[in-house]
Design a protein around this ligand. Structure first.
Ligand code: CU
Length: 332
């Protein structure tokens, strides 16, 4: 019988002789088959961010900063979006130093070679700098995240949106697909603040760090507290005119199952997980599980204020354990 209290893997020594980390494979090789990229992102892993909640509590967060490429914004939480055009060869340069923890970047939903997949235990965790080389093959909504000690590092906020536009550019969802006037990127996530004081390698040696028990106390949309601030926060809440089309790029960025409810508005799902649906589906709500993405277009026909509610379901009881809310304001 499986004994959860015993380490389940051999100790793996880090390249610097560290003996306290297991399931971590630090390396920074050169990229196999490296070619000239069409677009380059420079990311450095950081572990010094934070998010301040509506009740005044500040919670430590980790993430990826713009490492100087000038294309990734200021490095807040969530990490800045990576946005590219279908067909491009992309280099994501990750810099991570062992003293701050090894990290990776997994471009979720992209299908590169094993070395470029950023799944540490299948290849390596980055200690130094590594260039992830990948091709943006299919327009759609993805996200990227760290895949080192994933349970903790993803919870700590090491993720950001990854958008691939079709050759037509922003405003068209996929080549030959629907167009849109405005866009919202809603990455919904829960936070268990008790996890946010852990060391980066916590739990990698098989000790019980409590990661089997997620008890979230905050619920967020794209890095903003969903208790109240997300109702009006720029970049999350939407103000639009009646008759305009809004593309919602909905990313289930947490561990709990979720349901987004559009408060009476009709959402037309056109894509899921980076692929068009065989035919669009009209819904009033969408249920999603961890890492799923849905691209849906909302075209309000009446002016008003619509509070879009994202419920989070407890893993054991399946009861709603928290809710994050944002708002679509439709002007006449
Ligand atoms: Cu990490």
């Amino acid at each position: 019988m499986f004994d959860v209290d015993k380490p389940v893997a051999m100790m793996r020594m880090g390249s610097g002789g560290e003996s306290s980390t297991c399931y971590v494979y630090p390396d920074a090789p050169s990229t196999p088959g490296k070619v000239t990229a069409d677009v380059v992102f420079n990311c450095s892993a950081h572990m010094n961010g934070s998010i301040t909640m509506d009740d005044g509590t500040t919670i430590p967060m980790w993430g990826f900063n713009d490492g100087g490429g000038g294309m990734m914004g200021s490095g807040s939480f969530p990490s800045p979006a990576i946005r590219v055009t279908e067909g491009q060869i992309v280099h994501t340069n990750l810099t991570a130093e062992m003293m701050n923890g090894t990290h990776t970047i997994h471009h979720h939903g992209i299908e590169p070679s094993t070395e470029n997949d950023g799944v540490g235990h299948y290849s390596f965790d980055v200690n130094g700098t590594y260039t992830y080389q990948w091709k943006a093959s299919h327009a759609g909504t993805y996200f990227y995240h760290c895949h080192t000690n994933t349970v903790l590092h993803a919870e700590m906020g090491m993720y950001g949106a990854l958008i691939i536009d079709p050759p037509e550019g922003p405003g068209t969802l996929y080549s030959g697909g629907p167009t849109y006037d405005l866009e919202a990127i809603w990455a919904a996530d829960e936070i268990d603040s008790s996890w946010h004081t852990k060391a980066w390698e916590s739990g990698t040696c098989g000790g019980n760090e409590g990661f089997h028990s997620l008890n979230p106390d905050y619920f967020i949309i794209t890095g903003v507290d969903g208790a109240q601030p997300a109702l009006t926060a720029p970049g999350v809440a939407v103000t639009m005119n009646r008759g305009q089309t809004l593309l919602v790029r909905y990313i289930c960025a947490g561990y709990l199952a979720q349901r987004i409810d559009f408060d009476g508005l009709t959402a037309v799902i056109h894509m899921s997980d980076g692929r068009p649906l065989p035919s669009p589906v009209e819904v009033s709500s969408i249920e999603a599980v961890s890492a799923e993405r849905y691209d849906c277009i909302v075209t309000p026909t009446q002016a008003g204020s619509y509070d879009v509610k994202i419920d989070f379901f407890d893993q054991i009881t399946n009861q709603v354990t928290g809710t994050a809310t944002t708002r679509i304001t439709v002007l006449e």
